[in-house]
Design a protein. Structure first.
Length: 277
């Protein structure tokens, strides 16, 4: 059992839970995630470790209440418990491959898994320019946190309520034009990551995308996060979640994700006792 030490509302429907998990807090690295089960018999879902405090023995999880399982987690309060947390899982960010100026681009909830990577790069003395975006200003998360670890921060909103009116990929293009960019890390919706990869492709800028938004099982068993990278089949949860953005087949990935749209609207009403043992 893992006690929730602190809960905060970051935006409508998005909460941060600081949860007791001392061994994970000690061992986690940027880019890794955990598998969380809210209670006995509940669904297992993968969540990125947004931050960790080894001294306090806590990890930070940022959750958007979309489906029944994530809403259940969002409803938990300080002092209550999460049944199971397994991790850290996935391959850490290959920080040694990133030097010079790195642009970190986060779209929507992708800002959460982007933060520990930008934080690690900052600690490595890499110059970090961050671009974070959302549909509107009230949905921007981790603004202050990014300002504390970035040399420069740009905001983009779809409705123009703050910063650039439009897409984060458009701001990325402007930064590349004005600066000598060595690397880019982009995390967010599939189409956003594809757009960022296409922006950096002409200049051959090393581009990393994280495919954790497409993970389902998190252990390589379900195949839901199957993706073609450089003509080879990879699994985001065990081979990633980070890959070379210029090698990912985003069109195939987007098509595959659409096959789950009907299933995602279904809520399982079976009790744990009805599952075969």
């Amino acid at each position: 059992m893992h006690e929730i030490k602190r809960k905060s509302l970051l935006a409508e429907g998005i909460v941060r839970l600081d949860v007791e998990a001392p061994r994970i807090a000690q061992r986690r690295k940027a880019g890794q995630f955990v598998i969380v089960r809210a209670a006995e018999g509940a669904e297992r879902i993968p969540l990125t470790i947004c931050d960790a405090d080894p001294d306090a023995g806590t990890i930070a999880l940022i959750i958007q209440g979309v489906g029944s399982s994530s809403q259940r987690l969002c409803a938990l309060e300080e002092g209550e418990f999460i049944s199971d947390i397994a991790g850290p899982l996935g391959l850490p960010t290959r920080l040694e491959q990133i030097e010079g100026l790195c642009v970190c681009v986060g779209g929507g909830l992708g800002t959460a898994p982007l933060y520990p990577i930008a934080q690690a790069l900052h600690r490595k003395s890499v110059e970090v320019v961050s671009i974070i975006g959302a549909r509107s200003s009230d949905l921007i998360i981790l603004r202050e946190e990014f300002q504390s670890i970035s040399d420069q921060v740009f905001i983009a909103t779809d409705d123009g309520s703050e910063g650039h009116k439009g897409f984060v990929s458009e701001v990325l293009a402007e930064v590349i034009t004005a600066r000598d960019v060595s690397a880019c890390v982009a995390i967010g919706p599939v189409l956003m990551m594809k757009a960022c990869a296409e922006v950096t492709r002409p200049a051959a800028i090393h581009t990393v995308v994280s495919l954790n938004p497409i993970m389902v099982d998190g252990t390589g068993m379900c195949g839901g996060c199957r993706v073609s990278v450089g003509g080879e089949t990879k699994f985001a949860c065990v081979d990633g979640p980070e890959f070379d953005g210029h090698l990912v087949d985003f069109d195939e990935l987007a098509q595959r994700l659409r096959t789950y749209q009907v299933a995602e609207k279904h809520t399982c009403r079976l009790s744990p006792e009805q599952f075969p043992h």
